[in-house]
Write a protein that binds this ligand. Sequence first.
Ligand SMILES: [Cu+2]
Length: 160
Amino acid sequence: MTINKYEKAWLIFSAVMVVAFLSIIGYFSFVAGLQTPQEAEVIDPLLIGEDARFSQPRVEEVIPGELYNVYMVGRMWSYSPRELQVPRGAYVKFYITSPDVQHGFHVVGTNVQANVIPGYVTVITARFEKPGEYLIVCNEYCGRGHQFMRAKLIVTEDEG
Ligand SMILES: [Cu+2]
C-alpha cells in the first residue's frame, strides 16, 4: 500500500499538532499550575434575594480610592446595578451571580471576562487605568433578550 505524499504530510502534521496541543495543556496544568477555580462559593439561586450582597446590588467603597467591591446580579436580560462608578487605578472586586441561567460578563475593551453561573458566586478582580465609560455586555447567549443585556462602568479621573 502506498500513501500519497500529501496525505502522508497531513498525517504527520496532524500528529505533530496533537502532540503540541497536549504538551501545551500539560505544561500549563502541571508546570505553570494553571487551574480552574477550586473554591468557588456556592449559593442557592432561588435565595440570592436573602443575601445582603445581592438583595441590594451596588458598588461598595471598602478603602476610598483603593478598593471597591461590586455586588452584581445578572439575570434575563439585565444587570443590576445598571451603572457602576469607580475611580481609576483602584482595585475593583466584582461578585456576580445569577438567579436564572448562565450569563457572561465582559467589560468591553479590557480583558475582564467571566461566566456568571447560577449556583455560584463569580469573583473577579480588576483595575481600570483609563478613565472613561466602559460597556459591560453579556457574551453568553441567554435567551431572546440577550442582546439587550448590558451595563455601564464609569471610571472616573480621580486617581485611586
Ligand atoms: Cu446573555
